[in-house]
Design a protein around this ligand. Structure first.
Ligand code: NAD
Length: 425
């Protein structure tokens, strides 16, 4: 299978869509009669590319590229985040949408897979400019999103405020308040308690379940976390609250190391005021590459895709990798980690806490009846534990990686839905 199976992709930049294709190819032999439908997963159902022009604060007009990709809608409306980052590309958004299809099906959530993004550096725009980008992008993709069509959420570079502007813009355009069009909103606008923390909490639950079965208890374990945004910082905090020692942290600007343990609450407060971990006094600053050689029991990549390369996998000194980010491990690195006996808890399971609580938010918005944080966290635990157990059992019985097992369960659900619905016309 060529890395770019579609004419509209740039063959010079195959990643990360080529990683997603390779993961689908690896699962195809395990799908029995349903493998007949496998091509469905190698082509997004719908790809929308939009121009996002805004007037900048200095009066000039700037144009940005925006995307919304609906990879598969066989099991329900599209669901997936919106990324604001200077490296966003169609290829990347397609892969992220594909992983959402797999994740939603692996967890049994009634959604298809989608993703969006705008190719901008949000930190280089003023707040007013960011609002204009968000509102224009939302209007442009308004054709394809909606509470029963496709429901965006936060991802890298976007947050609750962006979701509030998206909800407001869509609502103004349709003429009524449509809370269910996005999730990850502020609680005052129909957001859910627990959503902000949900992805990091789910990463921790997945790690704990993997640790239980691999005799790597959380208390006293050493943990290295790459990425200190929404996912990484909250996962690190919950690990530390359960007695783990956070020995290394990395963000886009710094890598910190402290074998005695980094105080996560202080690091979060520092990063919130300084904009990054650079200069944090409670740890030694080490080189970027050294992060991957720190001795630990758990490594949590929670930044961007493609971070765990074959070379880094060969040098990793840990027991369990828990993928907080989407697509952080390249397929070649996956093979090396498996040979080396390092367990990988795949993104489509490990970081699914966010979309699970997004699902709760969507249900609460539809019913206009809101749950307590304890109820939300208990339901999150129960869905994550059930999905983890089913994936672990299949991997164990068939001698497969957790990723392949998760993909089998998910792809069977998606392709069975495809088959039962049939093709129109
Ligand atoms: P974020 O924007 O809040 O944080 C990203 C972090 O990664 C920042 O600390 C940034 O400095 C760091 N980073 C960026 N480039 C880096 C690099 N080259 N090396 C080291 N660190 C780098 O984003 P987030 O919402 O925490 O998302 C992180 C990952 O988790 C992404 O892959 C995202 O798709 C995935 N994810 C997020 C959610 C969610 O609910 N936010 C849910 C599921 C998966």
């Amino acid at each position: 299978m060529p890395a770019t199976n579609l004419s509209y992709l740039d063959p010079a930049r195959p990643e990360p869509w080529s990683s997603f294709l390779e993961q689908i190819d690896r699962v195809a032999p395990h799908l029995g009669g349903l493998s007949h439908w496998i091509e469905t997963l190698k082509r997004p159902k719908r790809v929308l590319i939009v121009d996002v022009p805004i007037v900048r604060d200095d009066g000039t007009v700037a144009h940005y590229e925006g995307y919304r990709v609906q990879h598969n809608l066989s099991r329900g409306p599209g669901k997936g985040g919106v990324r604001f980052h200077p490296d966003v590309s169609l290829n990347e958004v397609m892969a992220l949408a594909g992983w959402m299809t797999v994740k939603n099906a692996a967890l049994g959530l009634p959604f298809g897979g989608a993703k969006g993004g705008v190719r901008i550096d949000p930190r280089a725009l003023s707040r007013a400019e960011l609002e204009r980008v968000t509102r224009r992008y939302t209007s442009e993709i308004g054709l394809v999103i909606g509470p029963d069509k496709d429901i965006p959420a936060p991802d890298v570079g976007s947050d609750q405020q962006i979701m509030a502007w998206m909800m407001d813009t869509y609502s103004v355009n349709v003429g009524h308040t449509a809370s269910g069009v996005v999730t990850g909103k502020p609680v005052a606008l129909g957001g859910s308690l627990g959503r902000h923390e949900a992805t990091g909490r789910g990463v921790f639950i997945a790690a704990r379940e993997a640790g239980k079965r691999s005799a790597v208890p959380i208390p006293g374990s050493r943990v290295a976390v790459q990425g200190f945004g929404n996912v990484g910082s909250i996962a690190a905090r919950i690990f530390a609250e359960h007695g783990a020692v956070i020995v290394a942290l990395q963000d886009a600007e710094a890598t910190l190391f402290n074998p005695a343990g980094i105080n996560v609450a202080e690091a979060i407060a520092y990063s919130a005021t300084q904009g990054s971990l650079a200069g944090f006094p409670g740890a030694e600053s080490i080189g970027n590459e050294e992060f991957w050689a720190v001795e630990s029991e758990y490594v949590v990549p929670a930044a961007l895709e493609g971070q765990l390369t074959a070379r880094r996998a060969a040098g990793l000194r840990t027991r369990i990798v828990v993928e907080g980010a989407n697509g952080p491990t390249l397929p070649a690195a996956d093979d090396i980690l498996r040979e080396r006996g390092i367990l990988v808890v795949p993104d489509v399971l490990a970081n699914a806490g966010g979309v699970t609580v997004s699902y709760f938010e969507w249900v609460q918005d539809f019913s206009s009846f809101f749950w307590s944080e304890d109820e939300i966290n208990a339901r999150l635990e129960s869905i994550m534990i059930k999905a983890f157990a089913a994936i672990w059992q299949m991997a164990d019985e068939r001698g497969l990686s957790l990723r392949t097992a998760a993909f089998i369960i998910a792809c069977q659900r998606v392709l069975a839905a495809r088959e039962q619905r049939g093709l129109y016309p």
